[in-house]
Design a protein around this ligand. Structure first.
Ligand code: F6P
Length: 366
């Protein structure tokens, strides 16, 4: 039978379990065998109990659970050829030559490297007598599919990465909670949210939460932004608004690329407006807890599609990342999606906002 491996890599994200469950059950329904690889790429390198055959019931009851039950890891060893050689051997010995990986752009880039190196790694294993040439002949190519699991929503070409919707809900719960205590005291709050170099969570939360001001990495504020922010907060108070909330993306910088800290924003508000100001850094609360309805059904759909991809793709086709765009599933060449994503900050820095804003759809390079 065809053997498919599935793993989660990088930061965990709500909905990863739904994707793993869908991969396992779709694979079984299609007559394939499926192996869960524990602790991300590290489990593939370590082998042993880190790679376990999964049956239907092994994924029972995980759909609504946060995190990833098969564990995740940011493996440094997988970044080395030595590590990838060990991983290839462990897969080959088990007859696994298809992989579904749920992770961020770094994890998916590593996956593509592994796929490209696969024939060379196999040749090396045969040459060094570690595996039998007959075994290699049956698994000459590695077929992969990537799903983007990251609360940051930082991949160009898809509407939402796995976990982003839940994280946004979590932030909104925090905004609602903060706004009631802020209003009671007529206080200002600076709320720092995750997202790495992407401002999606901050911007979407600020809009959905009716906040006063937002700072995101994609649009470093122009000089004098502090005056604008204070004027906005002052105007709110003048209209009778009792709570003020400024949302700060953790990756927000000024025009020179210096990080804007929540403490700095708090200091500005206190000094210029004389307001009692508090800081809340939400941290990993955003990544925890049960997945939203969207992250459950969308990840289930994506897991299903990923299995279909590894079972039907031609070994010569470019590796794909699978996501949802405009209520449909899209299969985007993996490296193009990663490259387009990396271009966004560069376009913004060069002042080409319109090109950056068009960074939507399967590819904005076309
Ligand atoms: O990429 C997901 C993310 O939660 C980012 O938003 C954040 O910057 C980072 O991971 C935190 O990483 P760690 O869990 O290693 O502290």
């Amino acid at each position: 039978p065809i053997r498919i491996g599935v793993l989660t890599s990088g930061g965990d994200a709500q909905g990863m379990n739904a994707a793993v469950r869908a991969v396992v059950r779709t694979a079984i329904s299609r007559g394939a065998e499926v192996y869960a690889i524990f602790e991300g790429y590290q489990g593939m390198i370590d082998g042993g109990e880190g790679i376990r055959r999964f049956e239907w019931d092994d994924v029972a009851g995980i759909l609504g659970r946060g995190g990833t039950v098969i564990g995740t890891f940011r493996s440094k060893e997988f970044r080395t050829r030595e590590g990838r050689l060990k991983a290839a051997r462990n897969l080959l010995e088990r007859g696994i030559d298809r992989l579904v990986v749920i992770g961020g752009d770094g994890s998916l880039t590593g996956l593509d490297t592994f796929r490209q190196e696969w024939p060379g790694l196999l040749a090396e294993l045969v040459a060094s007598g570690q595996v039998d040439a007959g075994l290699v002949a049956a698994h000459e190519r590695l077929i992969i599919a990537g799903l983007v699991g990251s609360i940051d929503n930082d991949l160009v070409g898809v509407d939402s990465t796995i976990g982003a919707d839940t994280a946004l809900h979590r932030i909104l719960e925090a905004i609602d909670a903060i706004s009631s205590t802020a209003a009671s005291h007529q206080r200002s709050f600076v709320l720092e949210v995750m997202g790495r170099h992407c401002g999606y969570l901050a911007l979407a939360a600020a809009i959905a939460g009716g906040c006063d001001y937002v700072l995101i990495p994609e649009l470093p504020p122009t000089e004098g932004w502090e005056d604008e922010m204070c004027a906005t907060l002052r105007a709110g108070r003048a209209r009778g608004r009792r709570d003020s909330i400024v949302v700060l993306a953790e990756g927000a910088t000024d025009q020179q690329g210096n990080r804007i800290s929540s403490d700095y924003v708090r200091g500005v508000i206190e000094e210029r407006l004389g307001e009692d100001t508090r800081v809340t850094i939400l941290g990993h609360v955003q990544r925890g807890g049960t997945p939203s309805a969207y992250d459950r059904w969308a990840s289930t759909w994506l897991g299903y599609e990923a299995v279909d991809e590894v079972l039907t793709a031609s070994p010569d086709a470019e590796a794909k990342v699978i996501g949802i765009l405009g209520n449909g599933v899209v299969r985007i060449p993996l490296m193009r999606a990663v490259k387009d994503t990396q271009r966004v900050p560069e376009l913004i820095r060069s002042g080409d906002y319109s090109a950056a804003m068009q960074a939507r759809g399967p590819s904005f390079t076309e």
